[in-house]
Design a protein around this ligand. Structure first.
Ligand code: PLP
Length: 393
């Protein structure tokens, strides 16, 4: 099919829940993707922070293909090696004790929410089920994670929502102290709010979260679905604030393009979800885990140090561009604001015309390039953005 045929058939048969780029992609390699007509684009999106190793990394593709040709699914009624290895690597990397595998960020967060409620019920009985999340947060699209999401715009149309969620302003320690009433069982937060506009929480606030939660035996849940797995230059973004949450959720970059999510539990709550309390048919799929194992092996300290170097290069380059007002975020997760009434949407569309794929988050241009992007590709992307912005002045 050519692009026109694909778009027509999509319009006819796929539910129109997404605002798509006016672009069909048929193949990709590294940070470059190609249309059916052979046009190529440089990628600053990673499929929304997913393709951490870019498109079709050789080692990743070989491991995934080999696993698909060996044992593609067993159900969780059997032991398998790829999931076992991945869980071990995740615990060794993070200091967490045990892992639950699902297929998405929302599903990882569902596991975290259920575990937090049960942890409290087991220990304190009924009446301690409130979960605090932050205004402007994003935790997923299922009913519980949508309820947890602190953005009223996402809440339109779908009520009634789950009881027991409270939304606090980010970086406000006084509000946090006041909200930690005896009915609270957990606080869930993103170290950098991604969908909310690439807003990093301060280290001071994250440390206050940790110490206040510890004092009150309230579980601290870090939603690292977007920030985790090297995106910010450390394996977890929390490491940079010097905190160790009770539960960490991962998904987007974990499988480098395969659907996998994980909820990691520390020793304190690793025993909460016991036999029969939770499950997921496709969770811990061996093919997805084989892909994720390649990602974890690739993320050495040297690789992560390079991510930080490349992130600094990108951020410095962005700040030097005409019309850029500010750059927010952490590592290779950046948000750009513009001056002179220039909208991020206009910049995104014009950059697309010039061969560069960028994302949006609220009113910002959001950049999530693959972690394997080269410094040359960053320079090329910056040149395209420069040309784009000059064209829009
Ligand atoms: C994307 C995202 C989610 C939801 O992940 P899905 O895989 O789409 O369910 C949850 N939390 C954060 C922080 C995210 O960025």
């Amino acid at each position: 099919m050519n692009s026109q045929q694909i778009k027509q058939t999509d319009a006819e048969y796929i539910l129109p829940t997404y605002a798509r780029f006016n672009l069909c992609l048929v193949k990709g390699k590294g940070c470059t993707a190609q249309t059916p007509e052979g046009d190529t684009y440089l990628d600053f999106t990673s499929g929304i922070g997913v393709n951490s190793l870019g498109w079709c990394d050789d080692e990743w593709a070989a491991a995934v293909a080999a696993q698909a040709a060996t044992l593609q699914h067993t159900s969780n009624l059997f032991y398998t090696e790829p999931a076992t290895q991945l869980a071990q690597s995740l615990c060794q990397r993070t200091g967490m004790a045990k892992v639950f595998f699902g297929n998405s960020g929302a599903e990882a967060n569902e596991a975290a929410i259920k575990a937090a409620r049960k942890y409290s019920l087991d220990k304190y009985g009924e009446g301690r089920s409130t979960i605090i999340t932050l205004q402007n947060s994003f935790h997923g699209r299922t009913m519980a994670t949508l309820t947890a999401t602190g953005q009223p715009s996402f809440h339109q149309h779908f009520g009634p929502f789950l009881p027991g969620f409270v939304y606090l302003p980010a970086n406000d320690i006084t509000a946090l102290q006041a909200a930690l009433t005896p009915g609270v069982c957990a606080v869930m937060f993103e170290p950098v709010q991604g969908e909310g506009g690439v807003v990093a929480l301060t280290a001071e606030y994250q440390q206050a979260l940790q110490s206040l939660c510890n004092t009150n035996d309230v579980l601290l849940i870090a939603d690292e679905v977007q920030t985790g797995v090297g995106r910010t230059g450390t394996f977890l973004a929390c490491e940079q604030a010097g905190i160790t949450p009770d539960i960490v959720t991962l998904a987007k970059g974990l499988g480098s393009g395969l659907p996998i999510g994980a909820a990691l539990f520390n020793q304190k709550c690793a025993g909460t979800l016991g036999s029969g309390t939770h499950g997921s048919t496709f969770g811990a799929n061996p093919v997805c885990c084989a892909g994720a194992n390649v990602v974890l092996n690739r993320l050495t300290p040297a690789f992560l140090a390079e991510v930080t170097q490349k992130a600094n290069l990108l951020k410095t380059g962005l700040l030097a561009l005409p019309g850029v007002a500010s750059v927010t975020g952490l590592g290779l997760m950046l948000g750009v604001d513009f001056t002179n009434g220039l909208t991020a949407g206009a910049v995104q569309q014009a950059a697309l015309q010039n061969g560069l794929l960028c994302l949006l988050a609220k009113n910002k241009l959001r950049l999530l390039p693959p972690l394997v992007i080269t410094t040359e590709e960053i320079q090329t992307g910056l040149q395209i953005l420069q040309k784009t912005l000059e064209g829009l002045q």
